[in-house]
Design a protein around this ligand. Sequence first.
Ligand code: HEC
Ligand code: HEC
Length: 249
Amino acid sequence: MIVEMQWIAISQIERLNVLFPIWLCVAGGVLICLGWPTVLMGQESVTLPASNDLEEVYQACVLCHGTKEMQRGPILDGLPAWYIERQLSKFASGLRGQQEENRSALLMIPVVQQYSDPRLWAKLAKRFESLPKPDHIKTIRGNPSQGKLLFAICASCHGPRAQGNLTINAPPLNVQEDWYLMDQLRKFKMDWRGSDPEDVEGNLMRNIAKIYSINDLKDIVAYIVRMEKDVEANNSDALKEGVVAEPER
Ligand code: HEC
Ligand code: HEC
């Protein structure tokens, strides 16, 4: 049950457009439809329950991170708890999500303001970690064979199967959807993520992303999301698979 409502206005969110409040109306009931007027004034309203109850907060997370409603953020199911907690603490301390141009990351700021207790983050993170990684639709067109060659450098930190490496805080790359991997790589390249001097890992990743062209990165991502298969054998199929338009972000 939503005990109290807290209104959070996030201005200038371009791509998270008019559909957002309509969808919240459906998801959250009549009260949330009050968000309409602010939308017409060029603002968005997101409602987060003022509660520290794990289930209620989890439901608020999956408004954006779920697979059922209109998806706004990455699917977190199956990501390791340590990485989820670490990113929440980066959003909270301002190491991530401060660039105005990075509108989707701005969405996480009111979330960590509302839910600022690291003990709650730990519980949420465990909850997401325990969920099976869903099968994802592939949307990025790239050449996986080429990507396999380029992936060698990524593997030095993210592991040969892209399984991640806790000792250097490198997340797995074999859990997220391909569009999200590509989206974040673009953001590293454009200094939209990892540009705070105190964000050591972000800085590292930003410098690495800059070495590669967008096409190289697409090849790498195409390889990552297909690496469980025999890449050589599936290469021709894989190239044909980009049926869904790559989202513009
Ligand atoms: C209003 C939508 C919204 C809500 C609500 C929301 N998130 Fe997010 N979250 C996002 C978006 C969008 C991103 C991607 C940000 C980017 O592009 O950098 C994100 C990113 C993240 C990331 C980083 C993922 C990664 O792979 O780097 C974590 C972790 C996260 N959110 C956890 C949560 C948790 C836990 C909650 C609930 C307490 C939550 N989010 C609620 C929209 C939301
Ligand atoms: C020197 C170690 C290192 C190398 C090499 C490296 N990474 Fe990373 N990568 C990291 C770390 C550490 C992070 C976590 C950054 C953070 O905390 O924000 C990361 C984050 C990422 C993310 C964000 C994941 C998410 O869920 O948001 C992507 C995507 C990524 N790396 C892809 C790559 C690719 C592709 C390559 C090869 C071109 C690569 N990385 C090479 C260390 C590395």
